[in-house]
Design a protein around this ligand. Structure first.
Ligand code: 13P
Length: 251
């Protein structure tokens, strides 16, 4: 059956020293108080190898926030999936709305990144979600459907089984405005149905679908209580061990 996962996305926050401090603090807390779900932290590239060294692998998975859409070569400033893997981490967040909107990542580019991540034995945490105008125009279902179709539906059923999905409505990211539990359940169920139509019920039932967007200790429980919400992808509240653990304890 699918895993419940709480994943933190640190975005462009924390210098190396601060990041190591946070990872260590989190590791100590979880060591003393074992979580009832999988915990992942998504750090900037420069933190990855050291964070992977200091956390207990069975307690905390470590994730990059991006990887290149090319294998290697003259791509100044890029970091490949194989480089990410060589730091000792197991996950990579792909298709975050900030990457899509600020760095022009299209579904076509993301498809390449997904393939390279999988080829390098990284688990993609693949983000989807609509912007406010799309929600208001009631286009959110078709938007997430096409993001999934174009970014992921070239995969075989077996390979799709390795993907973690994260639904993040862009209007809820960093705004303090969370999707209601009903809104989250409605679209998560739709996402699972979309996966089931392509790959069958078993694959869909085994796919973890996380919710992201202003998730915090005070609302995590009611969001995660929904049948099709299998955890969260957490931004701001992942930057403080106490808040992040508050969300983890919702399971
Ligand atoms: P916030 O939790 O800060 O809204 O960010 C969510 C997010 O974008 C996680 O990837």
């Amino acid at each position: 059956m699918r895993q419940n996962i709480v994943a933190g996305n640190w975005k462009m926050n924390k210098n190396l020293e601060e990041g190591l401090e946070l990872a260590k603090e989190l590791n100590d807390i979880l060591k003393a108080n074992k979580p009832n779900c999988k915990v992942v932290i998504g750090t900037p590239f420069i933190h990855l190898s050291k964070v992977a060294e200091i956390v207990d692998k069975e307690l905390i998975g470590v994730s990059a926030q991006n990887c290149a859409d090319k294998v290697s070569g003259a791509y100044t400033g890029e970091v490949s999936a194989s480089m990410v893997k060589s730091t000792g981490v197991d996950y990579v967040i792909l298709g975050h709305s900030e990457r899509r909107s600020y760095y022009g990542e299209t579904n076509e580019i993301l498809k390449e990144k997904v393939d390279l991540a999988l080829a390098n034995d990284l688990t993609p945490i693949f983000c989807i979600g609509e912007v406010l105008e799309e929600r208001e125009a009631e286009k959110h279902f078709e938007v997430v459907k096409s993001q999934i179709e174009e970014g992921l539906f070239h995969l075989s059923a077996e390979t799709f089984g390795k993907i973690v999905l994260a639904y993040e409505p862009v209007w809820a990211i960093g705004t303090g405005k969370t999707a209601s539990p009903e809104q989250a359940q409605e679209i998560h169920a739709f996402i699972r149905k979309t996966v089931a139509e392509k790959y069958g019920k078993e694959v869909a039932d085994n796919t973890s679908i996380l919710y992201g967007g202003s998730c915090k200790p005070s609302n995590a429980k009611e969001l995660f209580a929904n049948a099709d919400v299998d955890g969260g992808l957490i931004g701001g509240a992942a930057l403080k061990a106490e808040d992040f653990v508050g969300i983890i304890s919702a399971f």
